[in-house]
Design a protein around this ligand. Structure first.
Ligand code: GLY
Length: 351
């Protein structure tokens, strides 16, 4: 078991390699009521959460991006109200990023803030979504546009959940791990490079190492800039185009799949501006495609994607801003990309 501390509005631990049921039952004692907000795909494994002293209530949410709708949040608020949830109660989010984002935002907003615990069940949740206190839902205008920074009391990472994932979902999580490698930890790239998804996921110690390294980077970045005034933006490497692709694909693509395409685009943009060596751009394509992730998107989609880039949270006024690399681990912002440069970068990733 490995514990990594995150410094935020309050400090909390991410416990990696635990038995989530055991760890959770130890945490629940101080609370009168517990709301377990869980993804329907996990129903059989979740309903046996145990507590000797607290009343446990279960709120099931359908999987997928629809979990992060205002309708879903509204039903959760009503359910908390009907069950009489007070400030001495706790919300536990058990599921992928959509569920922990929803549960965390319900915790941020219910009674102006109650405690919550994150139990991520996907690789993407373990290495990214459940860490760092970003909670929220989507708006019709874009992903995560409504939300709050509200850190959990604890993040419990039990890697046995990973056996429930398809290779496609595992690969989608790996996209965030690979992103972390490019922005901050070359060892991650070395551990993944040249390996197929099945080799990676069946190598338990590599998986634990990849999760631990990714969480360590995220904890470090979040600890230095919890509310994303600047440095935390580096975690959004590849995400500007990715969010536009997610909207365009109506969330048919997994977040990680869109991030994979967005990472190659960001690398190509740095290439267009002569900031990044071709060998590192090629490395993006190679590692991501070997992991079974997409790296291209249809050429005809650019007309639709380009205006969507303006909804990125990093944009300031009319100025688009991109996280980019000049080398592995050397992160910069591109704040002066013009339409023709962006179009050229997109041409290089389009199919
Ligand atoms: N997923 C990016 C962040 O937490 O800042």
């Amino acid at each position: 078991m490995h514990t990594i501390r995150v410094h935020a509005e309050h400090d909390y631990d991410v416990v990696i390699g635990c038995d989530w049921r055991q760890s959770l039952s130890q945490l629940l004692a101080p609370y009168t009521r517990v709301a377990v907000v869980f993804s329907s795909a996990m129903r059989d494994r979740v309903k046996d959460a145990q507590s000797h002293d607290s009343e446990i209530h279960y709120f099931e949410v359908a999987d997928g991006e629809s979990a992060k709708s205002s309708a879903s949040l509204h039903s959760l608020w009503n359910w908390l109200g009907a069950a009489g949830f007070t400030r001495s109660d706790v919300i536990v989010g058990v599921g992928g990023g959509t569920i922990t984002d929803l549960a965390g935002f319900a915790a941020a907003s219910w009674l102006r803030g109650v405690n919550w615990i994150a139990v991520p069940t996907t690789l993407a949740g373990m290495v990214d979504a459940a860490i760092g206190g970003k909670t929220g839902i989507n708006s019709d205008y874009g992903k995560n546009l409504i939300g709050a920074f509200h850190s959990p009391q604890k993040v419990l990472i039990d890697t046995s959940w990973l056996s429930t994932l398809s290779d496609r979902d595992f690969a989608a999580g790996l996209a965030e791990v690979i992103k972390t490698g490019f922005i901050a930890d070359d060892e991650i790239l070395k551990a993944i490079s040249g390996k197929k998804i099945t080799d990676i996921r069946h190598d338990e110690s590599t998986v634990l190492d990849l999760i631990t390294r990714s969480v360590a980077v995220k904890a470090h970045v979040v600890g230095g800039d919890f509310k994303e005034s600047f440095n935390r933006e580096i975690l959004n490497y590849g995400h500007t185009l990715a969010h536009a692709i997610e909207i365009d694909s109506k969330y048919e693509l997994r977040h990680g799949e869109a991030v994979s395409i967005g990472l190659v685009f960001a690398a190509e943009l740095a290439g267009v501006k002569s900031l990044l060596d071709t060998s590192i751009i090629d490395m993006h394509r190679q590692i991501l495609s070997q992991a079974g992730l997409p790296t291209t998107y249809p050429a005809a989609k650019w007309q639709k994607l380009y205006p969507l880039l303006a909804l990125d949270k990093k944009a300031r006024g009319h100025q688009l801003r991109f996280v980019a690399l000049t080398a592995i681990g050397q992160v910069i912002r591109i704040e002066d990309a013009n339409e023709s440069e962006l179009t050229r970068a997109y041409e290089r990733i389009s199919s």
